[in-house]
Ligand binder design. Structure first.
Ligand SMILES: Cc1cc2nc3c(=O)[nH]c(=O)nc-3n(C[C@H](O)[C@H](O)[C@H](O)COP(=O)(O)O)c2cc1C
Ligand SMILES: [Fe+2]
Ligand SMILES: [Fe+2]
Length: 402
């Protein structure tokens, strides 16, 4: 009746697909939905790893009882307190009042903040390296602070060599039949994995690098994240993606041209740059109007490509309002290791180009290519030449890199 895919012996996926929620964390669009993965280990002791978002707690409980019948759940391991995973904890506590909730000291503080009436006696704090013995399965824990919350931890099943990796290695997109990396068209999930990384985890590259180092000694047969597809065929592949994304190492030779334009002049400039990039031999060029495309998709491509060319018209002595938020987010996330080009448009005292320069000045890891180009209305012959020169310089830099 319920799809409860098995992972190794006695481990089941009891997660749910969410095709209804419009925006993750109420701001990131979910055109292909999202999955909240939860896992059930049906050993002598029954253990649940995380729960699901509260609106599907009924389905979640049904999935669990389809596997364990009227057996009790002994433990709930809380790898992460964000409500997409802890949201059904209350329901679980109601259905299984004898359950012990397992987390670290920071988890408990957050549980009390989220659920003031939480019965503290139900909580058992573990430390890194502690072992929870379920009978055949033995679980241990590693702290991965700020990947992407302070209390974040991962759980490792020593017996089956499963890493329950929490939000790390997660992706947007529901599980549409295929659950494992070798069962799906990975091109789709890769984009949604990068979009998830860039927008949710992207600020915490150093912490991701530390977490990968810490987990490096483990033999891992399966990676079971709390969103999206599960990994069994090519574990190293997903670890490499994360290692690279954490250090802002681009995947491909390509350029994102993102612009803000009211009357079309900045747009014309963007198109001219893109055409010249193509003439120079670049095959991966993405042109985005920031008023149209949600910034989460642009962020994903900024993580993918080495080149970023930013254009804004002036608006009340400043950046165009739709350009402001994505630059603020990139600043907050410490974008680095990118070549950046700057252009824009104005009519009297400017503001767009100045705003972009403030952005590049605020970050130490960017290399600005050429000089900022600012047109007044329709680009003149001279401006067109400057735009082409900028594109040529950007293309040269990128194509020359190994
Ligand atoms: C509300 C508003 C505020 C503007 N503020 C400025 C400004 O502060 N400085 C400036 O030089 N131009 C300003 N402009 C003019 C535009 O930046 C200018 O027309 C530019 O060419 C528009 O580029 P676009 O064709 O790409 O939209 C403003 C225009 C509007 C509608
Ligand atoms: Fe999270
Ligand atoms: Fe999550």
């Amino acid at each position: 009746m319920y799809c409860c895919a098995a992972i190794g012996n006695d481990i089941y996926w009891v997660g749910v697909n969410d095709r209804k929620t419009e925006r993750f964390e109420n701001y990131l669009p979910l055109p292909s939905g999202v999955a909240y993965n939860s896992y059930l280990i049906n050993d002598e002791k029954v253990c649940l790893i995380d729960t699901v978002e509260v609106r599907q707690s009924g389905t979640f409980l049904n999935k669990i009882t389809a596997i364990i019948g009227d057996k009790n759940i002994d433990y709930l391991v809380v790898n992460h307190m964000e409500p997409d995973h802890s949201g059904s904890m209350d329901e679980i506590l109601r259905a299984y009042p004898e359950i012990t909730i397992i987390g670290n000291a920071k988890t408990l503080q957050m549980i009390k903040a989220f659920y003031p009436s939480f019965p503290e006696a139900s909580f058992k704090a573990i430390k890194e390296g502690d072992i929870l013995d379920l009978g055949t399965h033995k679980l241990t824990f590693a702290m991965v602070p700020m990947v992407h919350w302070p209390e974040s931890m991962v759980t490792y099943d020593i017996t089956e060599k499963v890493l329950f990796s929490n939000d790390a290695f997660g992706s947007f997109g529901t599980l549409d039949g295929g659950m494992w990396d070798d069962e799906v068209n990975f091109d789709f999930y890769k984009g949604e994995m990068r979009r998830y990384y860039a927008n949710i985890v992207g600020k915490y590259g150093p912490q991701v690098t530390n977490a990968i180092k810490k987990l490096g000694g483990l033999e891992i047969k399966y990676i079971c994240p709390s969103h999206g597809i599960l990994w069994r065929k090519d574990i190293n592949r997903v670890i490499k993606y994360y290692a690279d994304w954490a250090q802002f190492i681009p995947e491909k030779k390509g350029v994102v041209v993102m612009y803000a334009s009211m009357y079309g002049n900045t747009e014309i400039m963007a198109n001219m740059i893109a055409r010249e990039l193509s003439q120079q031999g670049l095959k991966e060029i993405k042109v985005y109007d920031v008023s149209k495309t949600d910034s989460s998709f642009i962020m994903s491509d900024i993580w993918k490509y080495k080149g970023l060319i930013i254009g804004s018209c002036a608006h009340n002595n400043a950046l165009y309002p739709k350009m402001q938020p994505i630059l603020e987010k990139l600043q907050n996330y410490g974008l680095k290791n990118r070549y950046v080009g700057i252009f824009g448009n104005m009519m009297w005292s400017g503001g767009g180009v100045r705003g972009i320069q403030h952005f590049t000045d605020s970050l130490s890891g960017l290399e600005v290519i050429g000089k900022p180009i600012e047109a007044k209305g329709a680009p003149t012959h001279e401006i067109k030449e400057e735009l082409r020169a900028l594109a040529r310089e950007m293309a040269k830099k990128i194509l020359e890199e190994i």
